[in-house]
Design a protein. Structure first.
Length: 275
């Protein structure tokens, strides 16, 4: 009789222990700021969308609209910036208590916007299988650089996700109508949705001694080569030669000085983007 009662107690305690482990949330924290597609920490005031999904065999990419693959069920949703202080040092981070505690391997997915409708890029973490013990999941997320929609509807060399990020038109090869195709603006770093922004010479200024200062709208970090050809734009087969060396812009307006340039015959200048 005594022995039977002891057995009953033991079974009850084991069952209670299992129930308690299942109810404990799984804590997850970003070990480093999550960056966006421009390399800056995610910082939307309402927080970018953060999902935890079941691996269930394999972590598949989301659909172009951000919907998860049917086998990767979303088990918990929160936002970047939640669970951490508003200190600037905590930008791009989060802390989450995932409830109910997932059973099986999970991974984290971060979008570059607070909603799927606004998102254009995402990133996935490594897979993590929650153990019974209180171990924190540190998802490695780096940067939202995976395009949700890598198709290029208008064939201008800028895929649909970048067109969405940059605010340009995925159905127009020159979104702002400034005469410079979106693909060229993308490479030059100028704005695809601003007709006043494009790579162009803005000023030629004669200097004392017959020299000529040529100035162009530049994008810091991009490199340029000024070139010159004798003739005019109607001249067939203009032959351009370099004026000075390649210049990497530090400021938005960049210039170089052509020695004796003001004394040269009538000609055409052009600025070549060096990649
Ligand atoms: Ca495009
Ligand atoms: Ca376009
Ligand atoms: Ca433009």
């Amino acid at each position: 009789m005594k022995s039977t009662r002891f057995t009953f107690m033991l079974v009850w305690m084991v069952a209670a222990g299992v129930a308690s482990a299942q109810q404990a949330p799984l804590h997850a924290e970003a070990p480093a700021p999550v960056l966006n597609e421009y390399g800056q920490a995610l910082s939307a005031p309402e927080g970018e969308l953060l999902q935890f999904l079941l691996v269930n065999g394999q972590a598949h990419p989301p659909a172009a609209d951000g919907a998860p693959h049917p086998s990767n069920t979303v088990v918990f949703t929160t936002r970047i910036g939640h669970g951490v202080s508003s200190d600037p040092a905590m930008l791009g981070r989060f802390s989450a208590a995932i409830t109910p505690r997932p059973v099986g391997a999970i991974f984290a997915r971060v979008f570059n916007a607070p909603t799927l409708e606004g998102a254009s890029f995402y990133t996935d973490s490594q897979a993590f299988t929650p153990p019974q013990s209180r171990v924190v999941f540190y998802p490695v997320l780096n940067a939202t650089t995976n395009p949700l929609d890598s198709a290029d509807d208008d064939g201008d060399g800028v895929h649909n996700s970048w067109e969405k990020s940059l605010g340009s038109n995925k159905s127009s090869t020159d979104s702002d109508g400034d005469g410079v195709p979106d693909g060229h603006e993308f490479r030059a770093g100028t704005k695809l949705n601003d007709a006043s922004s494009f790579l162009a010479l803005v000023r030629l200024t004669p200097l004392p001694g017959g020299h000529l200062r040529a100035e162009w709208d530049a994008v810091p970090g991009k490199s340029y080569q000024l070139q010159f050809s004798v003739g005019d734009l109607a001249t067939p087969g203009l032959t351009f030669s370099n004026v000075n060396g390649v210049i990497t812009a530090i400021h938005s307006e960049t210039h170089t000085i052509m020695t004796n340039g003001a004394l040269s015959p009538v000609g055409v200048f052009r600025v070549h983007l060096v990649e």
